[in-house]
Design a protein around this ligand. Sequence first.
Ligand code: FAD
Length: 622
Amino acid sequence: MSSLRPTIDFLLHDWLQVEGLTARPRFADHSRETFAAVLDTCERIAREKYAPFNRLVDTEEPRFDGEKVILPKATHEAHDAYVASGMLSAAQDYEEGGMQLPYAVEAAASTFFATASVSIGGGLLTKGNANLLMVHGTEAQKAVFARNEFSGRFSGTMALSEPQAGSSLSDITTRATPDGPDFAADPLGPRYRLKGNKMWISAGEHELAENIVHLVLAKIPGPDGKLIPGTRGISLFIVPKKLVDTEGRLTGERNDVALAGLNHKLGWRGTTNTLLNFGEGRYPVRGAPGAIGYLVGKPHEGLRCMFHMMNEARIGIGLAATALGLAGYYASLDYARNRPQGRPVGLRPTSRPETGSGASAAGKDPAQPQVRIIEHADIKRMLLAQKSYCEGALALLLHCARLVDEQHTGTPEAAEEARLLLEVLTPVAKSWPSEFCLEANSLAIQVHGGYGYTRDFPVEQYWRDNRLNMIHEGTHGIQAADLLGRKVVMEGGKGLALLAARVNATIERAIGQPHLAEHANALAQALQKVGAATKAAWATGDPAEALANAVPYMQAFGHLVIAWTWLDLLLVPPATDGAAAAEGRSRAARYFFHYELPKIGAWLRVVETRDPTCATMPEDAF
Ligand SMILES: Cc1cc2nc3c(=O)[nH]c(=O)nc-3n(C[C@H](O)[C@H](O)[C@H](O)COP(=O)(O)OP(=O)(O)OC[C@H]3O[C@@H](n4cnc5c(N)ncnc54)[C@H](O)[C@@H]3O)c2cc1C
């Protein structure tokens, strides 16, 4: 983790100037020093309680003893240290026991945990769950559930997916029916009985907290008793594992939520992943089967409420993917600096002419000492690729987090602009790091050679852990369809136009500087190409044609955004983190502009021609 902190400090202070936020009333008690204290604490906990146990939580998978899910002791200790740090409620108001910390700083702090051990977890689900309740819950729901989650007494889940309904949530079949004639009068919210199965629920069962607050999507049947088709029928419920009273005390009653089984995952094994049965009668409540759930918000508006949590979660997933990419980068950089192998290619004077200049040119002159692999151009290529992907992604994500702060505390105009930019950038912030920081992990394995393919080195685990991120929180394909199908065209294309204006502003600042002019021109061309491809994709107005190549579009769009981010980073006036760091950024940006940005031509070609190769492939020809 050696260079993570300086990188974060540079991004937060030199680039995003988060200290400026302290001029706003909400953050007035903060200063660069208080931000540093938070980062110091998180860095220390991650170093002491997370990093040493990353392999342990991979090998000691969660197991069910028939009654309880058992997690390693180290997971409990890391969880307790995290709760004690106050990070679960860091962004909350002082009255809520929070620190009123800007989200940009909170997000930066979370990367220490994810880099050290992503699957021990940094409370992402619990925070998201409680944040949602603070926005959509009643006062009683906030007091009983959200506040106990912020304090770490309870933990939270989001239970959307079902065995037959993942990407297509409109097809969920979990059903919620009013619980008795007085159902609407329950002080914790309209009370329903839920029945159904939820698949893939992260942290769905464990003993880390006193209680688990499931946020569950379910359908309230219409007057004919049938489930309303589509997303319109979906409502949101709080379903606690153990029932509580209005003071948040456990009543001693177990709710009818049963663990049907643990999923055995490729990676991210420190977090349990569960199939949960709701309302099967395993734990009848008050003499009847059916899990008790309290409605959040209005009936049939569940997905809208849940989106509140999903957007936050998406930035969190992008950060996790980035942190894993960085972990692999640091590990492979360290390895490359120490591994002697091979000799330099090229003609060098040799004291043994009999070996011939051919051997020397081919790097096979045994008279020459071996070099460390970091001296080979190809290893440098792989390290530069990792650096440019992961540090570029980190910058983008912290920028998004800073936009969240703007949305919450900026002037009305600035808040509106931040909202629009986040609409367009969120699918990219989730997906681009999930793909390219995973590729970084693959390169980290490659740098290690055969050792990278073994469990004696950490890089294979980083790759396995990271492989999840293209799948959950909206798969890659679904995010791409969201970007091209909705985000760049919504509100008359306002979000895309605003992003283009921001990119152009960076280009204008860079174009006059001789050392940046080449990048600025390349970025201008890329922007023009993405704009043209967006129009061409939608030229016939047929979504089937436009979206057939949505993933290549998202790859190109993401590369544009990362190239813009890199150029903007190079515009920071003399940075405070030293000449080597500045040189590193300049080289990583150059790598990205020379080796990566040109790829968008191929990606966009199929988009703008609405290439039907994939869409029209006959199934029986596979
Ligand atoms: C480890 C893990 C943790 C998870 N945690 C949670 C959690 O805490 N809570 C929760 O609710 N869920 C969770 N999930 C579920 C996750 O969100 C789903 O796996 C994901 O949404 C995909 O759903 P699916 O698995 O049913 O795949 P499917 O939806 O069946 O998708 C299979 C493939 O088809 C593609 N596809 C599907 N529909 C379309 C379409 N219309 N157009 C183009 N392509 C399409 C997808 O992109 C994907 O490549 C988790 C999953 C995993 C693996």
